[in-house]
Write a protein that binds this ligand. Sequence first.
Ligand code: FO1
Length: 319
Amino acid sequence: MTLAQKSILALSGGVGGAKLALGLADILAAGQLHVLANTGDDFKHLGLHISPDIDTLLYTLAGKSNESLGWGLAGETWSVMAALERLQGETWFRLGDNDLATHLWRTAQLADGASLAEVTDKLAQQLGILSHIHPMCEELVSTTVHSAERDLPFQHYFVREQCEPAVTGFSFEGVADASPNPEVMALLAGDELSTIVVCPSNPFVSVDPILQIPRMWTSLRDCSAPVVLVSPIVSGMAIKGPAAKMMLELGVPVTAFGVAQHYCDLYPDLVDYFVIDETDAKLADEIAHLGLNVAIAPTVMKSRDDKQRLGRFILELVE
Ligand code: FO1
């Protein structure tokens, strides 16, 4: 199998991850991209099983995502939410009418005994997506955000409290008993992968839940394919979401170096290439001293071209 025919595995959570996943899907052949999705944000809400990071990937790869909101579907209507409001139901977590169909369908399929992996495959097929989206595991893993006052389930922190509480740490309930997705483990054990990409997702709440599953990060490290990680922090800021605020509150340098240090401390020898934005070129030497090969590229993805260009840069880096 030539390099061009080998598969790519991308780890993704949240909006930043989905953008690079789309750029990679655009430049690769049908079925060549495998995405390992965070499910630590999953939760039961209104009796429904909600998988936000899987849905962000599905909608983004299907070209149906709501770009302004950063989640959910484009062209959404909100009649059910309005009706639920009149019933004094919970409407803090906004579920659009069309998005609700995804949650209703997924919940019914799971109740009928389908696995989360099977449900995700079917949704991807129904949305015409040719990439493979793999939930990190079948078990419910629940990210909890710790702050001085209280511990918050992830969606309460992220949506209801709008990321306001100062974080002191994170835990992933159930992760120790989770089994890594067997299809992904088979990919890692085989030799059909040319590259593993850690997308620019939040290290603490989007990537760590994946890597903390027993055997996951060591299998990624031991795979023959090099691991390329794109920093989610550019010029001291997160492109989107609370990563920078979390780093500040944890006393971690709010820079690409702080990100590199996090991964090197927790997952020694996992990362082979660390991609930083051109505006952070001055950090290259400091990061190289952590034992990483540093690559410099435009990593801020605004247009579709930006996403494809970053994808191409990463694949050429490995070649
Ligand atoms: N994020 C919000 O800030 N407010 C919401 O009301 C909201 C609803 C929502 C519904 C479905 C879904 O898949 C995602 C939703 N998100 C919402 C985003 C979600 O909290 C985040 O996408 C992830 O959990 C973190 O990346």
